[in-house]
Design a protein around this ligand. Structure first.
Ligand code: FES
Length: 192
């Protein structure tokens, strides 16, 4: 027969958390989750999304490849851009895609302009619209030109307007770094 003291013995085991403890646990878990998401976001933004030499990333072009003033613009098909050196203006880095429906204009030396094979839009050496259905001039890429004396100029900085042209006259270029992930979209047919 059980005694009264044995029947009243406290049960052995872990106490359930109090309401306050439970709220602390939830709060702690929420903070940890938030910090984890913030860290993941930071890593996502810190890592370059495109490799060098891949469209969307940076292309390094040797200075020797930059055309002389008013000579035939140089095409860089992998980066979808043209280097166009305009006398008295400087170096334009033109996005080589027609602003009408996305065909690829070609440089036509005899006409001294870019001509789109699809619907006939034409653009000047600076990328400025001439005629055709294109709604605006060619877009341009952000670029940094480095000279042999170690100095450099960047479009959108160093007193150079966004999209250039980059002042290169009288300098020897060692490198042009074109950021195909940073495009200056033209706004009208008058842009150049
Ligand atoms: S895509 Fe170039 S004119 Fe239509």
């Amino acid at each position: 027969m059980a005694t009264a003291s044995a029947a009243q013995a406290a049960p052995v085991g872990v106490d359930a958390p109090s309401r306050r403890e439970f709220l602390y646990y939830i709060w702690g878990a929420s903070i940890a989750l938030l910090l984890g998401e913030a860290a993941a976001g930071l890593i996502w933004f810190a890592l370059p999304r495109f490799k060098e030499g891949e469209f969307g990333g940076v292309f390094n072009v040797e200075g020797d490849l930059v055309p002389a003033a008013n000579k035939v613009p140089v095409s860089m098909p992998a980066g979808r851009f043209w280097l166009s050196n305009v006398e008295g203006r400087g170096l334009y880095v033109l996005y080589g895609v027609c602003t009408h429906l996305g065909c690829l204009p070609k440089w036509v030396e005899t006409n001294n302009r870019f001509e789109c094979p699809c619907h006939g839009s034409k653009y000047e050496r600076t990328g400025k619209y001439i005629e055709g259905p294109a709604p605006r001039s060619l877009d341009k890429f952000e670029a940094t030109v480095t000279f042999d004396d170690g100095t450099s100029v960047t479009s959108g900085a160093d007193g150079v307007p966004p999209g250039g042209p980059l002042p290169i006259e009288g300098h020897t270029i060692t490198n042009v770094a074109v950021n195909t992930g940073d495009r200056y979209k033209s706004t009208s047919r008058l842009d150049e």
